[in-house]
Design a protein around this ligand. Sequence first.
Ligand code: FPP
Length: 229
Amino acid sequence: MDGNGRWATRRHLPRVAGHKRGVDALRACVRDCAMRGVGVLTVFAFSSENWNRPGDEVSGLMELLAGALAREVPQLKADGVRLHFIGDRNGLSEKVRSGLEQGEAATAHNRGLILNVCFNYGGRWDIAQAAARLASQGHAITPQTLDRAMALAHVPDPDLVIRTGGEQRLSNFLLWQSAYSELVFSQALWPDFDAAALDSAIAEFAGRERRFGKTPDQLAAAPAGQKAA
Ligand code: FPP
């Protein structure tokens, strides 16, 4: 969800004002994804590296998360959305941590869109914590065991990764899980990423040929439905 800071700066507003609009954009995106039949939406809300930002921006983001949880969870619960928080909870305040836990508990029985909010998350952290846990339990470290130990083991790998804000890099997001994801880079700043921008990213995705290591000829010969195997 990149571009909140620039959105605010262009309007001579503090950066936190852009993050506030980012929450509005996220609310709309959750609704738009659910309406389009998307099963899982995973968003990058705060990276392991975001602690390096100015103190007032970091505390603003923490307060925003706590406030957004208090305000949004009842509606998410009513809409059937199931919340998961992905990231290192150790570095978070008690207030934020209990807000995350309450949000997860309140939506635990929902069966609609799965919303993974990556907070104090980094792709390298996830790979390292999964490997450390396997090693401490004496398990072999293989792609399959790592897959099951990762923080996103409850969902399939993403089909599509969208980065807003014009930059063309992953910045430590879903490093393991995006091995075969289609990447779409949108020029829209996150607060401006609306339903039309989402549709445009989905259309770009739909036009891609996903080969998963196979040749185009092998794909053409495979029976329908087995092309991604
Ligand atoms: C990156 O834009 C965005 C973030 C670091 C924060 C994203 C957070 C939200 C959208 C809202 C918080 C979410 C929850 C669930 C409370 P940037 O600040 O790097 O923008 P810039 O590249 O224009 O500076």
